[in-house]
Design a protein around this ligand. Structure first.
Ligand code: RP5
Length: 181
């Protein structure tokens, strides 16, 4: 399915169907041109078997859609929002202003300023409405922050995360051993 048809279905989805697990994490982005970065967040969340929804919401091109998305997120079961945007990247901050759910912001690399514009737009939220800002383009880490948030109250996710972290350690130790011998 195309990105557009996926996103069109999303907000009108029939959540009464019990087979469709309601998403615990919502991944949004300002444009389909952000998808090549933001897909890493979706991928890592799926590795942890966390139900996720992914769509496009633009703060300046679809402000009403952004409002509806943010206002309905909690009622749809969403616990964490990951928002990627580039340039004058106001999407994460605006979404954070419309809900009390935690919002993790991913600055997307831009052509003009290599993503420094996106980073500063997202990270410099004034006091009161926070956005947890990730390094430029590192959507995988945004996914992992969401996993950690859910792991705090979910023993199964906690176990998986512990194993994941152990595997990272083991990989380095193996490489070190190979280098030394
Ligand atoms: C932002 O503008 C998007 O998040 C994207 O990073 C950037 C460029 O969007 P397109 O012109 O590629 O649609 O809203």
């Amino acid at each position: 399915t195309t990105v557009k048809s996926r996103l069109d279905k999303l907000l009108q989805r029939d959540t009464s169907d019990p087979k469709k697990a309601s998403p615990r994490v919502s991944i949004i982005m300002g444009s389909d041109s952000d998808l090549h970065v933001m897909k890493d967040a979706e991928e890592i969340l799926k590795k942890f078997d966390i139900p996720v929804e992914t769509t496009i919401v633009s703060a300046h091109r679809t402000p009403e859609r952004m409002y509806d998305f943010a206002k309905s997120a909690r009622d749809r079961g969403v616990e964490v929002i990951i928002a990627g945007a580039g340039g004058a990247a106001h999407l994460p901050g605006m979404v954070a202003s419309l809900t009390c759910l935690p919002v993790i912001g991913v600055p997307i690399k831009t052509q003009a300023l290599s993503g420094l514009d996106s980073l500063l737009s997202i990270v410099q939220m004034p006091k009161g409405i926070p956005v947890a800002t990730i390094a430029i383009g590192n959507a995988e880490n945004a996914g992992l922050v969401a996993v950690r948030m859910l792991a705090a109250n979910d023993a199964e996710i906690w176990d998986k995360l512990t194993k994941y972290q152990d595997s990272l350690r083991d990989m380095v130790l193996e490489k070190a051993e190979r280098l030394e011998n």
